[in-house]
Design a binder for this molecule. Sequence first.
Ligand code: AMP
Length: 276
Amino acid sequence: MRIVRDVAAVRAAVAGAGRVGLVPTMGAFHEGHLSLIRAARQACDLVVVWLFVNPTQFNEAADLAGYPRDEERDARLAAECGADILFAPPVEEVYPDGFATTVTVSGIADVLEGAHRPGHFDGVATVVAKMFAMVAPEVAYFGAKDAQQVAVVRRMETDLNLPVRIEVLPIVREPDGLAMSSRNVRLDPDQRRRATVLHRGLAAGRAAVAAGERDAGAAAAVVARELARASITAEYIAVVDPDTFAPLERIERPALIALAARVGPVRLIDNMEVAP
Ligand code: AMP
């Protein structure tokens, strides 16, 4: 596996390489990331892993400053999973002097994460559009953990006729249900234990829907009650259409329950599909 720092080198590497698969990441790899790299390895001729802690998608300076980084370990893990190229550009390569263009996706990007993290999805959409332009992948791999990000990227891909196929892989969880996240390493042991309630809350919501609950507010309240048992108040718990992220009042078709909550200093998100 080669580590590449500049756009010219990555373009040279992908030219004529056959089916190129791109795995966008911010590093600090866990099994969630590795599942995407392995899927790309199975389906593609050349696998490019993008490793870049994108400053423009952080809306809190402390979150950016505290974001875990370990390129050496990431490079080893990516190589073990069969990546061909680790594309890890410096900030100036992605945002050169005079950079002035932002991709804004309206609607989907304005609710939930978008409402609570102003500017977040502008940062995501812009950097994803840039990496699609830099790497020209045939397929790009994303995790269902960031379900709204997937919806935003799909909207952008459709609206801008981007010649890339979006593949989405399921959420990888710890044995106790906690969704894997690079931010989990910032939880102390007590917070780590309490964080498992996010998954239990979502599972309780899903069970309520499976048992006949059709009122979205009531299903969300089931999740909130579970979180309260661990003294956690969510920033939001929302029942939405999985494609548009429009809020639902009634659950008459497959839907998504999405939530964000702070556990100690760490903001975590999770989601689960529910079906009547
Ligand atoms: P990140 O490095 O957190 O920006 O994530 C990079 C990619 O990995 C995104 O497409 C995420 O949705 C995906 N990802 C992160 N955590 C998980 C997980 N627990 N399971 C599956 N995919 C994940």
